[in-house]
Ligand binder design. Structure first.
Ligand SMILES: [Zn+2]
Length: 171
């Protein structure tokens, strides 16, 4: 009997190798650990899990975005965030990894990127400019920029849709 798994994510490119099933499981564990499991938290936060490999050893780097509200608590002046944009998790993980010598040298390779929501156009452009990250296949549950798809798949409710993706199902 195969172990029950969360829903299999979509990918781009479409012909990418299958997503490591550990990626969504790590994302869910991260949500539980950080108490991000309410419907509101599923709407407000996007969790990223990046799979790194080094000589056959896997490493998982997990992060969630910082919301506008969180940033404004730390910098109430708001002057440094006039566009009212939070810090997306793709940027946070990329920034972390870009400080690592083993990643920059290519000794540790980014093999897969799981993000609950498909990267926004800014993150997509950002990742495409970094040689270490640009050709890494991306896996996602929610294509939130596609309103028609969102309505069909999630009834327009991102939170409930994502919660359902994590419901374990027989593979
Ligand atoms: Zn983004």
């Amino acid at each position: 009997m195969p172990n029950p798994q969360p829903k299999r994510p979509n990918s781009y490119p479409a012909d990418a190798p299958p997503c490591d099933p550990q990626l969504p499981l790590h994302a869910l564990a991260h949500r539980i650990k950080h108490q991000l499991t309410s419907a509101e938290a599923f709407s407000a936060y996007n969790v990223n899990v990046w799979l790194l490999t080094n000589r056959g050893q896997a490493e998982y780097v997990v992060e969630h975005n910082k919301t506008i509200a969180e940033l404004e608590t730390k910098h109430p002046a708001k002057a440094d965030n006039p566009a009212k944009v939070g810090l997306h998790s793709e940027v946070l993980v990329a920034d972390r990894l870009y400080r690592r010598r083993d990643v920059l040298s290519g000794e540790t390779r980014v093999a897969q990127i799981f993000t609950e929501r498909i990267p926004c156009s800014e993150c997509r452009a950002f990742l495409s400019e970094i040689p270490h990250f640009k050709d890494v296949p991306k896996y996602y549950y929610l294509a939130y920029h596609d309103k028609a798809w969102q309505k069909k798949q999630g009834g327009g409710n991102w939170g409930a849709f994502l919660m359902d993706c994590y419901r374990l199902r027989a593979t």
